[in-house]
Design a protein around this ligand. Sequence first.
Ligand code: ZN
Length: 495
Amino acid sequence: MKFPSSFKKLMALSVSLAAIGSATQSEAQRGQRAPRAISQSAASKAAQQHPQLVAEFGGAEGGARGAYVVSVGRKVAAASRVPGGGSGVFTITTLNSPVMNAFAVPGGYVYITRQLLGLMDDEAELASVLGHEIGHIAARHSEGRQRTGLLSQLGALVVGAVTGSGQLAQLAGQISQGVFLSYSRGQEFESDDLGIRYMTAAGYDPMAAPSLLASLGAATSLEARGAGRNDERSTPSWARTHPLSADRVRRATQRAQATGRAGAGVRNRDQFLAQVDGLLVDDDPRQGIVEGRDFLHPDLRLGFSVPQGYGIQNGTRAVSITGSNGQAQFSTGQFNGNLSSYIAQVFQSVAGQQSGQLQIPQPRTTTVNGIPAAYTSTTAQTQQGPVDVTVFAYQWDSNTAYHFVTLTRGGSGLGPFGSLVGSLRRLTANEAAAIRPRVIDVVTVRPSDTVRSLASRMAYRDLQLERFLTLNSLEANSQLRPGEKVKLVVYGARS
Ligand SMILES: [Zn+2]
């Protein structure tokens, strides 16, 4: 989260939870006909959701880099033959998110994270990912998509509460539940095929598709090795929403070769590397970082720890915490020095028009790690039964208050979040100063450089070699040529 200046009431979301569609023929099954136009209703729904989705994922990357991604996406979209594809019917956004993923929302909205951008080696790989996502839209894969295990029991409860009591919906993770449904294996194959077809038609080397899939596979297994972080994040990465299977790279290689254009198209490596030089990777310290179970914000000088097994999603306006027995959100609002009225205001924001119907007991005061605090709970009736809503607020200084809102099963009060609300603390100046951003540094290989010497410059305490190899699609025995460019991840300066 950034410094929110005011307590903005977020609009209730219309989450596109999968309508269970009938088994319609996919575009590919119908042959090579041009796909149908994007529906007006899907487009306006996606447009409505877009600003909040962008805020939830750390904001959008603007400037030259954002424009570059859009320009590549336009070329691929034009090749998709979706009506209007080349002229702005698709909205392509680079998100300031540390989670490696890309996703598509029906209505022509395609999102890619900066973390995934940093993994790529050239413009053709970017074209392959954008082509794959445009393929999901063109083939209408979201229709009939089923909800997966991502929706926890309580998640379902809260989504159920949406209809009952308005803005309860705005809490925690409902966007991710809508967007991050995983595709079937068949849909992934179809999108791979469509992506390869589009990027080839747009003039790119289709071999970039299998090479990017291989990089994603390597990055995913690096993450699975723990990579020294084991961060609790609720946003799933590519491997979970676009299941990678062992034969997917081999299959994409065959498809790319079958185009007859393998190795023949555009790669635009230098142009691409110029765009990603200086790109932020991992967490953005200005918005706070996730380290293991801790959320640490060096600028706000605060930290807290989530319960084991709970995921953290760091949005622009709030940090959401989601798990099997509840959801919580950390945020801030306008503060006039009175914690009781602050708490009343938070309830108002959460429950909206229904807040008048809630019986809200007088807050009790306490102290957490030396910070004055107050809290109270109430029970909201929802279609799925009672839900306990607790607001726990802290007087940080005379002008600033922060709070957690928690949602748990009726009768359980703070439930699993007792340790969470008790963990808020001030960071020391040294702790805050130790949190630095990591950025991509594109360097030119010198004659004296080796894979190992370059890997030793990676800004990580562990797995430097593995990370360097994965970042550059290299093998341990790869020979570097002097004059060629490689990516490093180094510590950047705080701006
Ligand atoms: Zn996919």
